[in-house]
Design a binder for this molecule. Structure first.
Ligand code: GTP
Ligand code: MG
Length: 313
């Protein structure tokens, strides 16, 4: 991907449009080819027709068709892992939370979702040999539960300077679903310039749930949610970073066997997350995380604790 002057070659793109696209994070043929006309016309302030024309041209140029399995294998080799702080959980996840993917953790209140998000925000900053990726964090907070003090505490426990650790985390408080979506859509440039390797959305569904509460609004909500997840997926793939989203559970009264809870969000989310982890409180203050529907790993469970130092076995 050497898109720098490539995108100017596309029919319909002059220097002014190219500049606008680039500043919104559309700086390669691939990123334009996978964009929707609406996204592109908003980013470059162009009409829908021009946007469609540009996307079509990018698709032709970008060679987006089939690829050999060996090429996929090659790309998979660059997948990175972020340690959760618990060896048990890392093992269940095949080495930690993966890049190029969305990992969803769901569980009831107080199960430790936000704590895990904090721990990953610290650990991603560590060098690879210590379970990190030497990268920074973008943290979208919809419930106002991000706590810098807790980051400081966890950072100290892994040998990072608390001040440095906080400098490396860009936090945005989202107030509406549109705001939440925009924060992700506009993230491209920040992500690229700052070597962001983790994007947290805590919690993914809470604003969607309050804004779209009626049955009649469900279709619209799911469509918007699908768009938001697609944006997150693109960021994960284009920048080889990990997306970690938290989710609540709702009770499912028609289930008699097994656990009568399920994550909020329905099918859209179920098919979008690459790994889903179900988290619950267990005996003696421990937490049990179970991997659900992973494409390549067995549905195993791991036990860990939330201690003063953070997440540990
Ligand atoms: P909701 O967002 O309400 O759905 O919950 P959550 O799953 O995000 O829970 P969260 O991660 O906030 O976990 C809260 C639990 O973490 C608390 O009940 C404590 O047990 C534990 N916890 C939080 N902060 C600390 C801390 O500083 N030290 C220790 N030892 N435990 C903590
Ligand atoms: Mg929380």
């Amino acid at each position: 991907m050497n898109g720098v002057e490539e995108i100017e070659k596309l029919q319909g793109i002059g220097p002014a449009i190219a500049e606008k696209l680039r500043s919104s994070g559309y700086d390669t043929l691939e990123s334009i080819a996978v964009a929707t006309p609406v996204e592109l016309s908003e980013a470059a302030e162009i009409g829908a027709k021009t946007a469609i024309q540009i996307i079509r041209a990018a698709r032709e140029q970008a060679d987006m068709g089939y690829e050999k399995a060996t090429e996929i294998m090659e790309r998979r080799k660059s997948v990175g892992h972020i340690s959760t702080g618990s060896n048990n959980l890392d093992e269940v996840l095949g080495g930690g939370v993966e890049t190029q993917a969305i990992t969803e953790i769901f569980g009831e209140f107080g199960s430790g979702k936000t704590q895990l998000a904090h721990q990953l925000s610290v650990n991603v900053q560590l060098p690879e040999e210590k379970g990190g990726l030497g990268g920074k964090v973008l943290y979208i907070d919809t419930e106002n539960t991000f706590r810098p003090e807790r980051i400081g505490q966890m950072a100290r426990a892994v040998g990072l300077d608390p001040g440095d650790a906080l400098e490396n985390i860009y936090v945005a408080r989202a107030y509406t679903t549109d705001h939440q979506m925009l924060l992700a859509e506009k993230a491209g440039e920040l992500v690229k310039e700052n070597f962001v390797k983790l994007i947290v959305v805590d919690a993914l569904m809470s604003l969607f749930r309050t804004e779209y509460c009626g049955r009649g609004e469900l279709a619209e909500r799911q469509q918007k949610l699908g768009r938001h997840l697609a944006t997150l997926h693109k960021l994960a793939e284009l920048h080889n970073l990990a997306v970690f989203v938290t989710n609540h559970v709702q009770s499912k009264p028609d289930v008699f066997f097994g656990d009568p809870t399920r994550p909020v969000g329905g099918h859209v989310l179920g098919h979008s997350a690459t790994a889903r982890i179900y988290l619950r409180k267990s005996e003696k203050g421990s937490r049990v995380a179970k991997l659900i529907d992973h494409p390549a790993l067995p549905p195993e469970s791991a036990r860990f604790y939330i201690c003063k130092e953070g997440i540990r076995d």
